[in-house]
Design a protein around this ligand. Structure first.
Ligand code: UN1
Length: 501
């Protein structure tokens, strides 16, 4: 579909997307596809105020009813899955299959949040005092600020949004300035859902468009009760202390440097498929992308030979065309960073396979690259760094505990996996002495997590958890209630205060 028809099919006013100050280019071919209006400081301020006002109303709506609004939003997403998926591809250049997969991830989290809206359970607690009862109640926080990255322009927002809304919050969303159109399309679909819901206050969702200064407004504003931010470790290091200084809450999803251990007992057919999907999928631009391969010396040569063959044949090209598995990098800077990392790795003794720019004459303003494998003599500083590109560093190991040590010897701690059919190795990898990551997989790759689990990681990855399990608790505040239904007033810890003993 041409961009204009695509915008219209999602309810966007195509003409209004022409006169803004922010030029949006499609990484598919580098062409300008829209001009979006950015928000001034005053506008951001007004949007936060509007979201705060809407919160005062929304928090009164019973959670299962709030779930109904998310159910309706999920229906809009189902009805527009193909169009929104295509817009994701146009704006971010992941292949269509993955663009639609991202929308499916949104639908899944809406279903999850709907169920959750009837399960915001608190504990009841045995009181030490007679005639007393204790319990926990969970209440909404207020305005949740959500800052998202270009690589999952809509799914990661939806994990935050669907949960935040059923928990009774309102949301101010700052999408990446590289992918604002998909955000505006999501807002339109949500508007439709809110219209059929009928009782939603306006301003439950506010979108703020702009660069770092807009994000900083959310960071500094005390009305933003929780700031959920996805991006680089560098960004997290800037954001976290500033929100902490105003004693606000953060939920951080930062960089990953995800590894896989391949043991001698591994099913190599499965391992090859898992590695290729996890390392080259989304052109290596997932935070869960496989970046480090730690292979037992007995299977290293056959595995590497098979991987190189697969890499040679992987179809790189226009992500809107059927049959392509790897689209371009997001922009020139991403390509330059990739080349610089390959050069550094090579200077550190790495043998580079692939990695060169392709399709340059066809797409002079887009950055298609062959995915690269770099065979490293050891884990060097370059390997310890996350480069957001399809580079897979391969290293050998001899003993499993050494493989775990190498695996954990990076600053980040997001996703990890081991391919092994040895139950001792598998269980050790998942034990306290094993992987130090937030996502620890056996016989599947590190990427492509389902929404039902809590998503996030440790160390420089920031410690946040989003999406499934009990991640909803980050979007609520807990009140501990003690109720006295007796006619006495006993004090806890048996204290007697001014009474005759
Ligand atoms: C991200 O790259 O920011 O597990 C999120 C995955 C996807 C989400 C990735 N479900 O790869």
């Amino acid at each position: 579909m041409d961009p204009k028809s695509l915008y219209q099919s999602l309810g966007l006013d195509a003409d209004a997307l022409k006169d803004g100050d922010l030029a949006v280019r499609s990484p598919v071919d580098g062409r300008e596809i829209a001009r979006i209006r950015t928000d001034s400081s005053d506008q951001v301020d007004a949007k936060i105020a509007a979201a705060r006002q809407a919160f005062l109303e929304w928090r009164r709506i019973p959670p299962p009813k709030r779930g109904e609004l998310i159910r309706l939003f999920g229906e809009e997403l189902r009805a527009h899955k193909d169009q929104l998926g295509e817009l994701v591809t146009l704006e971010n250049a992941k292949i269509l299959e993955e663009g639609k997969g991202e929308v499916q991830e949104m639908i899944d989290v809406c279903d999850f949040a709907l169920g959750l809206s009837r399960q915001l359970y608190g504990l009841t607690i045995a009181s030490e005092r007679p005639g007393h009862r204790m319990m926990e109640t969970w209440h909404p926080l207020g305005v949740v600020g959500v800052i998202t990255a270009f690589n999952f322009p809509v799914a990661v927002w939806s994990w935050n949004f669907a949960l935040a809304i059923v928990c009774g919050n309102t949301v101010v969303w700052k999408p990446s300035e590289k992918t604002p159109i998909t955000a505006l399309a999501c807002a339109k679909l949500f508007e439709k859902a809110a219209a059929s819901f009928g009782e939603a206050p306006e301003d439950l969702l506010q979108i703020v468009v702009g660069a770092q200064d807009v994000g900083e407004k959310l960071v500094e504003d005390r009305r933003v009760a929780l700031l959920s931010a996805t991006g680089s470790c560098r960004m997290g290091r800037e954001v976290s202390p500033r929100v902490a200084a105003r004693l606000g809450r953060t939920l951080l999803e930062l960089g990953g440097n995800n590894g896989m251990i391949v043991a001698p007992s591994a099913d190599l057919d499965m391992a090859v498929r898992a590695i290729v999907f996890a390392a080259v999928g989304t052109a290596g631009q997932r935070c869960t992308t496989l970046r480090r391969l730690i292979v037992h010396e007995d299977v290293y040569d056959p595995l590497l030979a098979r991987l190189k063959k697969a890499y040679e044949n992987v179809p790189v090209g226009n992500p809107l065309e059927a049959g392509k598995l790897v689209g371009p990098l997001i922009d020139a800077t991403a390509f330059e960073n990739m080349q610089a990392a390959l050069q550094r790795a090579s200077a550190e003794g790495g043998k580079v396979f692939g990695g060169q720019r392709v399709l340059q004459s066809e797409y002079p303003d887009a950055y298609y690259a062959k995915p690269a494998i770099v065979e490293m003599p050891e884990q060097t500083d370059t390997v310890r760094e996350e480069t957001f590109a399809p580079i897979l560093y391969a290293m050998k190991y001899r003993a499993f505990d050494q493989a775990i040590a190498v695996h954990n010897d990076v600053p980040q701690g997001l996703a990890s996996s081991a391919f092994t059919n040895d139950v001792r190795e598998a269980e050790t990898f998942m034990s306290a002495e094993g992987s130090d990551c937030g996502l620890v997989n056996v016989n599947i790759g590190p990427s492509g997590a389902e929404i039902g689990g809590a998503f996030g990681g440790e160390k420089d990855t920031g410690g946040g958890r989003e999406s499934g399990s009990d991640a909803w608790k980050s979007y609520m505040r807990r009140a501990t209630n003690t109720i006295n239904y007796s006619t006495e007033l006993p004090l806890a810890q048996g204290i007697r205060f001014g009474e005759d003993s």
